[in-house]
Ligand binder design. Structure first.
Ligand SMILES: [Cu+2]
Length: 211
């Protein structure tokens, strides 16, 4: 009798168990059917893999190089503006218009003839011609931020009829801080070309605030 009761209890447990499984299967089928219908009607849901905090902002900045931009020294080239402020940890595209045409050769083998620290290691001249380096004899100025290992040689030969050469490049700013941007082409005064505007703030020397 006792055994019989146990067997009956076991069999009712089995019934409850199978009922649960069937129920779960039905639920799963129903959920899948609903999902498939929704997908069929609305299409696949788009996966959001981009997180707001990791989206890098992309900022454009513009600089001119002008001869005599500061009336105190009409024969000195000037970076305008001489104070540049950029957001930290951002992608920045800088366009430089160099109105101070003509070249000042860099010493042979100078590392400043190479494009360094930009996205892809390239700069673009006059909208289309990408380059990784310039001939040392074909450089007018450089845009260099030593602390960022960023340096771009700026050509001095404009396309025919143009009053400036245009150079564009992109880089990542990284941490906040105060940096110096400067020219490393000996475009200044003195026997070496390293005096005057090369060492005077507001000429070939400017400050870059990353914040
Ligand atoms: Cu210069």
């Amino acid at each position: 009798m006792k055994e019989h009761a146990n067997a009956s209890a076991q069999s009712s447990l089995t019934v409850v168990g199978s009922g649960l499984i069937v129920g779960l299967l039905l639920c799963a089928t129903l959920i899948f059917a609903t999902y498939s219908t929704l997908v069929a009607v609305f299409g696949m849901p788009k996966m959001q893999t981009v997180h707001a905090s990791t989206v890098e902002q992309h900022v454009q900045a513009h600089l001119d190089i002008v001869l005599g931009g500061n009336p105190a020294h009409k024969d000195w080239p000037v970076y305008e503006p001489s104070n540049l402020t950029l957001p930290a940890h951002s992608l920045v595209t800088i366009t430089i218009h160099n109105y101070d045409l003509g070249d000042t050769a860099l010493p042979n083998g100078s590392p400043f003839s190479k494009v360094q620290g930009t996205v892809g290691g390239i700069a673009t001249a006059n909208g289309t011609a990408t380059y990784t380096a310039l001939d040392v004899a074909k450089v007018a100025h450089t845009f260099t931020v030593l602390q960022m290992h960023l340096s771009v040689p700026v050509p001095g030969d404009a396309p025919q009829g143009a009053s400036y050469t245009s150079v564009t490049f992109s880089f990542h700013t990284g941490d906040a801080g105060t940096y110096t941007f400067e020219c490393f082409d000996p475009c200044g005064t003195g026997a070496t070309g390293w005096m005057g505007p090369m060492m005077t703030k507001g000429y070939m020397l400017g400050s870059l605030t990353v914040q």
